[in-house]
Design a protein around this ligand. Structure first.
Ligand SMILES: Nc1ncnc2c1ncn2[C@@H]1O[C@H](COP(=O)(O)OP(=O)(O)OP(=O)(O)O)[C@@H](O)[C@H]1O
Ligand SMILES: O=C(O)CCCC[C@@H]1SC[C@@H]2NC(=O)N[C@@H]21
Length: 285
């Protein structure tokens, strides 16, 4: 596997074909590129939201952990905090994975979105994370978003991990980027998806085996190493209009961001924050 952006997770099973832009996803090649395990991959030409589809399948007992739904196009893609997620047909990877963090205490599930962000940076070199889990290119453009939702299934509580990764292009949204804009020269979506799923599977297994202890499995340290928010001047907007301004100082063992403010350290959990921005920056919302 060549290219400036891919990480070291290439598989000897992956036949790498450099495809022209917009080549459809190859479901057979994708399945062959994944290691033996729980993967069950469904590729659909169009749907509303892969997160909604996987959630529905899980609730109805039709999907097992390891189920992956990939859409060439979403007509009602969902972002965090009830935002929308948009991408032109074929230009992005939009997919969702069902996972079962069986035995992991509920408070540790907050690491799942951060774990997913780290997996994307494992798979594709040169990317950073904006806390909690926006994936940024080297220039700070957002090229992937992550939406993790808990779902109650007949087999117990599980989580749907949704990833939208802009590959050959990005919507005309200020601050949005894509792998193509970031200078990536391997833009084959089938190969990319296989590499990201392998990285996600490896990160999930290690975290799960550690009972969800992000420190014990090395996830917390790896997260800090790729987190662009640490050391940066940030402005965190909270629901109700309160704002915290300070320097991103640390990420707690529970995944909260510690901001060094003039009044001392303040901790914010992902669910408590409407936006985290570079201080002074004007960004969309
Ligand atoms: N394909 C896309 N690529 C990038 N951003 C997108 C895309 N589709 C929709 N968006 C939306 O554009 C907005 C810009 O993202 P940005 O990271 O600046 O948001 P934000 O306000 O900082 O929120 P957050 O950090 O919670 O994602 C977000 O609302 C995001 O969900
Ligand atoms: O940054 C965000 O706001 C999160 C965006 C998550 C988008 C992905 S695309 C695949 C999956 N299906 C959805 O409807 N959303 C997620």
């Amino acid at each position: 596997m060549r290219g400036t952006l891919f990480g070291g997770l290439s598989s000897p099973n992956v036949e790498v074909v450099t495809e022209p832009l917009g080549q459809p996803l190859d479901a057979d090649l994708l399945r062959a590129a994944l290691p033996a395990g729980p993967w069950e991959v469904v590729v659909v030409p169009e749907t509303g939201s892969t997160n909604a589809d996987v959630r529905a399948a899980a609730v109805e007992g039709r999907a097992r952990p390891g189920h992956v739904c990939v859409a060439e196009h979403q007509t009602a893609g969902r972002g965090r905090l009830d935002r929308t997620w948009s991408a032109a047909p074929g230009e992005a990877l939009t997919f969702s994975v069902l996972v079962h963090p069986e035995g992991v205490p509920a408070e540790r599930w907050a690491w799942l979105p951060l774990l997913t962000g780290v997996a994307v940076t494992d798979a594709i070199h040169g990317l950073r994370l904006k806390w909690p889990n926006d994936v940024l290119d080297a220039a700070g453009g957002k090229l992937a978003g992550i939406l993790v939702e808990r779902v109650d299934t007949p087999g117990g509580p599980m989580a749907v991990i949704g990833i939208g990764l802009n590959v050959t292009g990005a919507p005309d949204i200020p601050g949005a980027s894509s792998l193509a804009r970031a200078g990536g020269d391997d833009l084959d979506r089938t190969t990319l998806l296989a590499v990201v799923l392998r990285a996600l599977g490896a990160r999930f297994e290690a975290w799960h085996a550690a009972g969800g202890d992000a420190t014990a499995c090395g996830l917390a340290a790896d997260y800090r190493a790729v987190c662009a928010t640490l050391g940066a001047d940030v402005r965190a907007e909270l629901p109700g209009g309160n704002v915290l301004v300070g320097r991103g100082e640390d990420v707690d063992p529970d995944g909260s961001l510690v901001i060094a403010t003039e009044n001392g350290p303040a901790r914010v959990a992902a669910g408590d924050v409407t936006h985290v921005r570079a201080a002074g920056a004007r960004e969309p919302g």
